[in-house]
Write a protein that binds this ligand. Structure first.
Ligand code: C5P
Length: 399
């Protein structure tokens, strides 16, 4: 069965000669089992009739925010869709969307849509290469919308070059790839820990570390994007996941993180422990602010529970456990030792010696070490891309 089966697709057609290809796109989507609603700009109706698209989509086609005495609810349509596809997307509508200008049904629905948006531009080669167009494409990509690249060939103007709308088959392939990916971890439940922990010294001071939580949050988002149910136990971090489907429990101390993590692990198929948990905490946290007295003061520290080791002890045969090792020296040996000591299936080593890796950066450079000491080294990448590599490795562990 196609991954598009039962999916609700909102197709926005704008005024380009390529609009005629939208008819085959609708046919292919319907054939794959999708439900399709078509929106058109007024200019699009000069190239292909709403009647053609209504017949093929088996749905009414909307060309205006208001028509006659009724109002087409763009908010409702935006919420209805599992994906919005803009094909063909002209330079004009691209420019409008990239700046939030909302003067037609497609722009209004685009701004209301919560689903992933795909866009397949179509224009002449010089328009396509113009810095204004490139900037607008970049802006849409920056909003998280996915570009379906233009093709090269003969254009309506007679010129030859880049700017043709992607073929309907290619658009359908991108969409079914998206839905297949979005379901690849359906049915799995994963615990992720992220961020630092703060261990109180008194009501105003704490012992903490420089972890931002970025890596673990990126992993939680990536797991959820593949359809997994995700429990993120997050230490004090200014950040939060971008996907609303991630269930977040905010904690402060290592002991709170331990409690939250051990409570949910039993129901999970895996845990990815990316948090930088404080190994020690002050033996007593003072009730009142500690006053300055004398030239020296000392703090007695005691060990915190090791969450990874505790989960490693209770781990069932179907469960997988991934830990992190942030090392400043002897990275590989330390990581190997942790892998065995904590009963992990995989350890992610990042070394502070690598520029751009570790705490607070947007990038990271990792080495994955699995049981049996199989080692895989990766390039420096954005943490979102590193998260893809780590989740791929988890998927491999499940086989
Ligand atoms: O031993 P070390 O702290 O370097 O191990 C790092 C790994 O163990 C990380 O995955 C970290 O999240 C986890 N850890 C933990 N609980 C602790 C200390 C570390 O879960 N108290």
């Amino acid at each position: 069965m196609s991954a598009l089966h039962g999916k609700k697709i909102l197709l926005g057609i704008t005024g380009s000669i390529a609009a005629y290809k939208a008819a085959s796109l609708v046919r292919l989507l319907i054939k794959a089992g999708a439900e399709v609603q078509v929106l058109m700009t007024a200019a699009a109706t000069d190239f292909i009739t709403p009647l053609t698209l209504a017949t093929l989509s088996r749905n009414k086609v909307h060309t205006d925010v208001a028509s006659g005495d009724s109002w087409n609810n763009h908010v409702e349509m935006g919420l209805w869709a599992d994906a919005m596809v803009l094909a063909p997307l002209t330079a004009t509508t691209l420019a409008k969307l990239s700046h939030g200008i909302c003067d037609n049904i497609i722009a209004a629905t685009y701004l209301s849509a919560r689903c992933p948006v795909f866009f397949a531009p179509a224009m002449d080669l010089d328009m396509w290469k113009h810095p204004a167009t490139l900037e607008n494409v970049g802006r849409l990509k920056g909003f998280g919308n996915q570009l379906i690249p233009v093709g090269t060939g003969e254009l309506a103007s007679g010129l030859i070059g880049e700017g043709r709308m992607a073929e309907p088959e290619a658009i359908v392939k991108v969409l079914s790839g998206h839905f297949a990916y979005a379901q690849s971890l359906k049915g799995k439940r994963v615990l992720v820990t992220a961020g630092p922990t703060y261990e109180p010294v008194d009501p105003v001071r704490f012992i903490g570390n420089r972890s931002s939580g970025k890596m673990g949050i990126a992993i939680a988002d990536e797991l959820n994007a593949r359809g997994a149910a995700v429990h993120l136990v997050l230490g004090p971090s200014a950040l939060s996941p971008s996907r609303p489907g991630v269930e977040v429990t905010r904690v402060g101390t290592a002991r709170e993180m331990y409690k939250a993590a051990t409570e949910v692990f039993g129901r999970c198929d895996a845990a990815v422990l990316a948090a930088a948990v404080a190994d020690y905490r002050p033996a007593e946290a003072a009730d009142q602010k500690i006053k300055k007295e004398g030239e020296e003061m000392s703090l007695r520290l005691i060990r915190n529970p090791d969450i990874a080791a505790a989960l490693g002890q209770t781990k069932a045969a179907h469960q997988r456990l991934i830990g992190f090792a942030l090392e400043t020296q002897n990275g590989l040996e330390n990581a190997k030792a942790k892998l065995a000591r904590k009963n992990l299936d995989l350890i992610v080593l990042n070394s502070l010696a690598d520029t751009g890796a570790g705490f607070n950066h947007d990038t990271n450079k990792i080495t994955l070490l699995s049981k049996g000491n199989k080692k895989r080294e990766f390039e420096l990448k954005f943490k979102t891309a590193v998260a893809v590599d780590i989740v791929n490795a988890l998927q491999d562990l499940w086989g």
